[in-house]
Design a protein around this ligand. Structure first.
Ligand SMILES: Cc1ncc(COP(=O)(O)O)c(C=O)c1O
Length: 290
């Protein structure tokens, strides 16, 4: 097998193609309007992380934007299996995106008879080792000016790009978003804090994406009898937290050690993060071996 060509095989509307051969029309509504939704599903070994939860979130996103699910769960799984087979690797992620398809003219109105564009590719991921994660993230808080539908995993990510740019301009790695005095999420992650030995994260709402890693972290906390609560977190609570973490499929669980130029607590990753990352890495290893 030619590894070079096989590693970049993508799925587009029923075909498996070398990435250079995969193209969509400039009239695709994903291109014109960002009219689409997506998912990123981590893969450890050959096993997909929380596939049912990812497919459920995809269904929710599609429903909220009035798009039908283009294929059955079994067909998704069969396609992922083929795509993973064509893109060998250890830790990977499936990126999949569905747009509202190609219309003959630029028109916002939805025409249900038009077929969606379905695209998927495999990302080769290299999660940071614990020694690197331990160095922590430097962040700033920024005003979350996004819309009231942040629970949709939409490909319209221009606001997230602008917010991440504010972090880059502040010379830090990421931004923690604050709406009306409360923390919502990161630009591509959910936010957790620890205060007085209790883990906390904001409740699900239209102001944040319901992260699969967020739910997994809460589940692992419960399994390990670590105290946690789901509650609004004010910016003052964030600033006085003993620990801050960002969670996401790609970032996994990462400690934040600087916020707005101040160190978080003593500037070292906290005890609860250490317990949590060890538990998460064990979970991942079990999935790899499954
Ligand atoms: C805005 C936003 N919030 C949260 C997350 C975390 O979600 P998950 O844990 O499912 O990756 C992401 C992931 O990309 C995101 O883009």
């Amino acid at each position: 097998m030619d590894m070079k060509t096989s590693i970049n095989t993508v799925y587009l509307n029923g075909d498996y193609l070398p990435i250079e051969k995969a193209s969509v029309s400039v009239m695709d509504r994903g291109f014109l309007f960002g009219d689409g939704v997506y998912e990123v599903i981590p893969v450890f070994g050959r096993n997909l992380l929380r596939i049912n939860e990812h497919l459920q979130r995809l269904r929710n996103s599609l429903q909220l934007v009035s798009m039908p699910m283009p294929m059955s769960d079994l067909s998704w799984l069969a396609m992922f299996e083929v795509l993973l087979g064509k893109n060998p690797g250890e830790d990977r992620a499936i990126y999949l995106q569905i747009t509202r398809g190609v219309y003959p003219k630029r028109d916002l109105t939805i025409k249900p008879e038009v077929a969606p564009t379905v695209f998927a590719m495999v990302l080769q991921t290299s999660p940071a080792p614990v020694e690197v994660l331990e160095k922590g993230l430097r962040t700033v808080t920024v005003d979350d000016f996004r819309w009231h539908a942040c629970n949709i995993k939409s490909t319209s990510l221009i606001a997230n790009v602008m917010l991440r740019q504010q972090a880059s301009e502040a010379d830090v790695i990421d931004a923690i978003l604050v709406r009306d005095g409360n923390v919502t999420e990161g630009t591509a992650s959910n936010v957790f804090i620890v205060k007085g030995g209790v883990i906390a994260t904001p409740p699900k709402s239209q102001y944040l994406l319901p992260g699969i890693t967020r739910d997994l972290a809460l589940e692992l906390a419960e399994k390990n009898s670590l105290p946690f609560e789901v509650k609004n977190i004010s910016v003052q609570e964030l600033e006085s937290a003993d620990e801050i973490w960002l969670t996401g499929s790609i970032r996994e669980i990462a400690p934040v050690l600087e916020l707005n130029g101040q160190t978080v607590a003593d500037g070292k990753p906290g005890a609860l993060w250490r317990t949590m990352i060890a538990t998460y890495l064990r979970y991942k290893q079990e999935l790899r071996n499954a």
